[in-house]
Design a protein around this ligand. Structure first.
Ligand code: TRP
Length: 454
């Protein structure tokens, strides 16, 4: 396939920008504030088409392994991160020895993060290790002030610092990670960031922002008026993806990769629109599926949905986590007899869907798929397996979190220190066969050919 020229890129960006994510006639509804799947769950292939992004295929997975000498994270192997933009260009840039960095972020609206929030950060941690590059994390206290409000600015900055403890606990390299409160970053007068803000704000039209985010619909942001802050926010979220926003960290030729959950995609469509129209490098993007909520596959895990089963917080005790998992939506038979006869439906079973996210071992996952879909494994057994997995994750996370002191947080937030820009050197990795790569990423069969007989 030949690369489109920059006019074509701009054209397709424009086409998508003017085509909001939000679609009335669709029962699937995804934007930065709402994520609702149809009864059949989320249709991610449809999103690929709607957003005009590319799947993560076997060719790119092989190339990442070759370049990094590391196996890819299971989220890439299993297609949980399923979509990308300009990842090839990012790899070209890296391969030619030019600088790269990673940018992601978090808007803290409560003290504790839940399991769904941590998925993109787990991939980010792998990416930082694999490419050995600098990571910047935007804690968007101002975003929450604009959209949620009701509290003081200090309140949201405080939440940002508290959430940062959970983020740091994922294991980011302290010499290669800069975390900032967006409010404080502006407050300290980062000149690169502010210049980019002015430049982008003077270029992007209001209608583009309003339509890309559905902000022209009064009900979209939970209030009946769209404020100037809400329209400004997409610019603030975009600019860290341009390396000149961090002159103390990067040269202007550093290329950015942004791992994110798919609901954040509209921000980076606007960001890429501006960069392709100016002399900035287009940030590359990686998009993940949502972690489904415990109530079923058509909603993401969320603390705000009233009818949903409560999410699992990173601070939950083992007992609480196990109790929360027990009532999760099951694809098993109504009765034991029925289950033994028909087997469980892997495509709706939350315990199974979660195992595809949290269980590392493909062989065990395949074994469970076979046993459960054939009715040999019972619902309570698969729920126990995922509960064990989650509890183990929480235990490790909480242990790591107990080591994150105020001083550690202050270190990550400090822009005035030495950062480690060195690239990792690793033994060459023995690559898999073409056939093995063919089964990965977009082609990974998460049900291992097991479809329930119902
Ligand atoms: N808007 C995101 C949220 O509400 C936070 C965020 C800020 C972000 N910058 C980002 C997410 C960059 C992904 C990439 O949580």
């Amino acid at each position: 396939m030949t690369e489109p020229n920059s006019d074509q890129v701009l054209e397709s960006t424009l086409a998508v920008v003017s085509n909001p994510v939000y679609e009335e006639e669709d029962d699937q509804h995804i934007d930065p504030w709402t994520a609702k799947g149809s009864a059949k769950g989320f249709d991610y292939l449809k999103l690929l088409r709607q957003f005009g992004t590319k799947p993560i295929d076997e060719t790119i997975i092989e190339r990442i392994e070759k370049l990094t000498n590391m196996r890819v994270h299971r989220f890439l192997r299993r297609g949980i991160f399923f979509s990308q933009q300009d990842l090839e260009k990012f790899l070209d840039h890296y391969e030619s020895g030019r600088p790269v960095y990673i940018y992601t972020g978090r808007g803290a609206s409560s003290e504790s993060m839940h399991l769904g929030h941590i998925v993109p950060f787990e991939l980010t941690k792998y990416l930082q290790d694999a490419f050995g590059c600098i990571l910047v994390i935007q804690m968007s206290d101002d975003e929450k002030y604009y959209f949620k409000g009701g509290e003081s600015l200090d309140h949201f900055t405080d939440l940002a610092k508290k959430n940062a403890r959970d983020i740091i606990s994922v294991g980011f390299n302290p010499d290669k990670t800069y975390i900032f409160s967006n409010r404080e970053e502006m407050g300290r007068g980062n000149p690169g960031l502010i210049d980019n803000m002015i430049k982008m704000a003077s270029w992007v039209g209001m209608p583009e922002i309003q339509s890309a985010f559905g902000l022209d619909r009064p009900d979209k942001n939970g209030s009946n008026k769209t404020t100037v802050g809400q329209v400004l926010w997409p610019i603030c979220q975009s600019i860290p993806s341009y390396s000149s926003s961090f002159k103390f960290l990067f040269s202007d030729d550093a290329l950015c990769l942004v791992p994110m959950a798919i609901d954040q995609a509209p921000y980076f469509r606007v960001a890429r629109h501006f960069s392709s129209a100016s002399k900035y490098l287009n940030p590359a993007c990686l998009h993940s599926e949502f972690l489904v909520g415990l109530s079923g596959r058509n909603s993401k895990m969320s603390s705000t949905e009233a009818e949903a089963l409560p999410p699992i917080f990173l601070t939950d005790s083992e007992r609480i986590a196990r109790d929360k998992i027990k009532p999760c939506f099951s694809g098993g038979g109504e009765t034991k007899k029925e289950h033994i006869e028909n087997g469980g439906d892997l495509t709706v079973d939350v315990a199974y869907l979660w195992l595809t996210v949290f269980l590392e071992d493909d062989n065990e996952l395949e074994y469970i798929a076979k046993e459960y879909s054939s009715g040999r494994m019972m619902s309570h057994e698969i729920k126990k397996r995922i509960a064990d997995c989650v509890v183990e994750y929480l235990r490790k996370h909480q242990e790591a979190r107990s080591l994150v002191t105020e001083e550690v947080v202050a270190h990550f937030f400090n822009p005035r220190r030495e950062f480690d820009h060195s690239r990792p050197v690793r033994e060459p990795l023995i690559l898999l066969t073409k056939e093995q790569y063919m089964q990965q990423g977009a082609n990974f069969d998460r049900n291992f050919g097991c479809v329930a007989s119902v």
